[in-house]
Design a protein around this ligand. Structure first.
Ligand code: ADP
Length: 561
């Protein structure tokens, strides 16, 4: 994504909030305008009130000072409320858009990228972009307004002194320009390294048992120390660049103040300027340091945001492997799960070797097919094709006569359920897990699926039954219990085609048989594909297929339509 495309993308998230943005801008401009009053009022108090010995005027000006302070505080409170809403909504919309994109990406993407890297982009980079989109732009607008207001008042007080105070501005601009490339490089490196630390924790927490049983604790700690050491290097470098940039406004402010005192002092001595005016001018000049620093910060923040935009852009540039057809076809009402593969071949990329080739077969509705073959031969890939996580690179797959590419993805995936060997569970109750693919299912239906998959066997022993909560990632369940839950989930989904990928490998022998029988009974009229290495799982199969590099061969049984 180019910077322009990045900005256009970002603009989409800010645009819906343009009215609130305008309101925030207006209120902060109002607050800034009010904050300009006190030095001017000070001048009036000194030059008119004190010099003219007019107590009444002093009283009036002090009341005005109080009034502007109160009004400023009220405006600032109003502004913060709207600002927070604006800022949070933009951040959340950015994250939601990114999630929606990630949800369309194929398994290949997630297999090929460290979770920590994706997390760093979704979290750190998106937050940086949002800060730029809202905070920085508002700060830029406010800073510009404030500087313009200050310059206007200073021009009224003394145009000559205003010119004097601008002496160092060109130098400031040149330094900011020179620092930019370094800042960009350092920001990218910092983002990558903080992603590595996040990734380290995600990985190590997910495999703590392996770390412990391999006695790798010290090695892992040393790895974290190394990663954090690298991070500290980057933090220091960036901090130094920031400090170099940050010290500029102060330095330049100092030079400008000295110049103004020198020139202004001479003017007062020659009677060309009143003391009150010089004091007010210096006060305004001191105030200019804040917005001037802000504007310089904006220039630097933009470079950081550009880095983050590019990193998020890399995620957005990942293309989905499959998309919904523009005009989807509906499955016929009498669809029963008739699968037909015509010359199906697949490779993971143009350069990769073909994983599957020349598969021609028809699996009649209601058939039970056993699929076997050595590991790495392409069984999981074949299943991914059936659920359309990828499209075949050659040939086509039909479900009840319709090319999978012509079906809505959601409909296809509702009709073809897969129970994988390591089916993930979510944190929640047992019932939540069973209901995941069919959220509207009734309690009775959930219980029935739980009984068929023998989930009730262990759930009923728990005080809350199916309402019992399981730990995150199903940590409190045994492997076999997790598989039974995953089977119950698929049963409740009531698919036309049920694919069990080593789905009962962790269940004991007898239970595996009982579950298989229950599935065969319940899905007697539907298509079942059982992928397994165990001959046991093939009981009652109409045909046993073996996946090989050059196609699929029929080992036993028949596949007549
Ligand atoms: P099986 O399920 O039969 O064990 P898979 O379908 O998982 O086999 O893998 C088939 C082949 O495809 C393997 O050689 C594997 O290395 C390769 N493969 C799997 N996923 C990817 C991927 N995302 N990118 C490239 N190659 C892959």
């Amino acid at each position: 994504m180019t910077t322009d495309a990045g900005l256009r993308w970002l603009f989409r998230f800010v645009l819906p909030h343009r009215f609130r943005l305008a309101l925030v801008l207006l209120t902060s401009a109002g607050a800034t305008a009010l904050s300009l009053a006190p030095p001017y009022l000070t001048r009036l108090v000194i030059d008119d009130g004190l010099n003219g010995r007019r107590l009444d005027l002093i009283g009036t000006y002090c009341a005005l000072m109080l009034g502007t302070a109160l009004a400023g505080a009220a405006l600032a409170t109003f502004n913060r409320w709207h600002y927070l809403t604006l800022s949070a909504r933009t951040l959340f919309a950015l994250r939601e858009a990114l999630l929606a994109h990630l949800q369309r990406l194929p398994p290949r993407f997630f297999a090929g990228r460290a979770v920590g890297d994706i997390m760093a982009r979704v979290d750190g980079d998106v937050a940086d972009i949002q800060r730029f989109a809202v905070d920085t732009l508002l700060a830029a607008a406010n800073g510009t307004l404030a500087l313009a207001g200050l310059a206007a008042v200073m021009a009224v007080l003394s145009p000559k002194l205003l010119l004097v105070s601008l002496v160092a501005v060109p130098a400031q601009l040149a330094v900011v320009r020179a620092l930019r490339p370094r800042l960009e490089r350092q920001t990218r490196s910092l983002r990558e390294r903080s992603g590595a630390v996040t990734g380290f924790f995600i990985e190590t927490l997910g495999m703590m048992k392996l770390v412990q049983s391999s006695g790798a604790e010290a090695r892992e700690t040393a790895r974290l120390t190394r990663l954090q050491g690298d991070l500290l290097d980057d933090l220091r470098r960036l901090e130094m660049t920031g400090a170099a940039a940050g010290s500029l406004p102060g330095l330049i402010g100092g030079i400008a103040a000295a110049a103004v005192f020198l020139a202004g002092g001479a003017m007062v001595v020659h009677g060309q300027l009143s003391v009150g005016t010089l004091i007010a001018f210096v006060a305004y000049q001191a105030r200019a340091a804040g917005p001037a620093g802000t504007l310089m910060g904006v220039a630097l923040a933009w470079r950081r945001a550009a880095v983050s935009l590019a990193r998020v852009g890399e995620l957005l540039a990942e293309a989905p492997a499959v998309t919904d057809p523009p005009v989807p076809l509906a499955l016929p009402a009498q669809a029963r799960g008739f699968l037909c593969l015509e010359g199906v071949g697949f490779a993971y990329g143009p350069e990769s070797p073909a994983v599957l080739a020349g598969i021609d077969m028809a699996i009649p509705a209601g058939t039970k097919i056993a699929v076997t073959g050595p590991s790495g031969v392409g069984k999981s890939t074949l299943i991914d094709l059936l659920q359309r996580h990828y499209d075949p690179t050659e040939g086509r797959i039909l479900l009840d006569g319709i090319d999978l590419r012509r079906l809505r993805l959601a409909e296809l995936r509702r009709c073809v359920a897969v129970v994988a060997q390591d089916a993930p569970l979510l944190a929640g109750t047992l019932a939540d897990n069973i209901r995941y693919a069919a959220p509207d299912a009734t309690d009775t239906a959930v219980r029935r699926a739980a009984m068929l998959a023998e989930v009730t066997e262990f759930a009923d022993a728990l005080p809350l039954g199916l309402g019992a909560r399981i730990g995150e990632r199903g940590a409190t369940l045994s492997g076999g219990q997790r598989q039974r839950l995953a089977i119950a989930r698929a049963l409740l989904q009531d698919p036309l085609v049920l694919i069990l990928d080593e789905a009962t490998s962790a269940v004991d022998h007898a239970a595996g048989r009982r579950i298989a029988e229950a599935i065969d009974r319940l899905f007697a009229g539907r298509t079942r594909i059982v992928v397994s290495h165990h001959a046991d799982a093939f009981a009652g199969a109409d045909a046993v297929l073996e996946v090989r590099r050059d196609g699929v061969v029929l080992r036993h049984g028949r596949l007549a339509a």
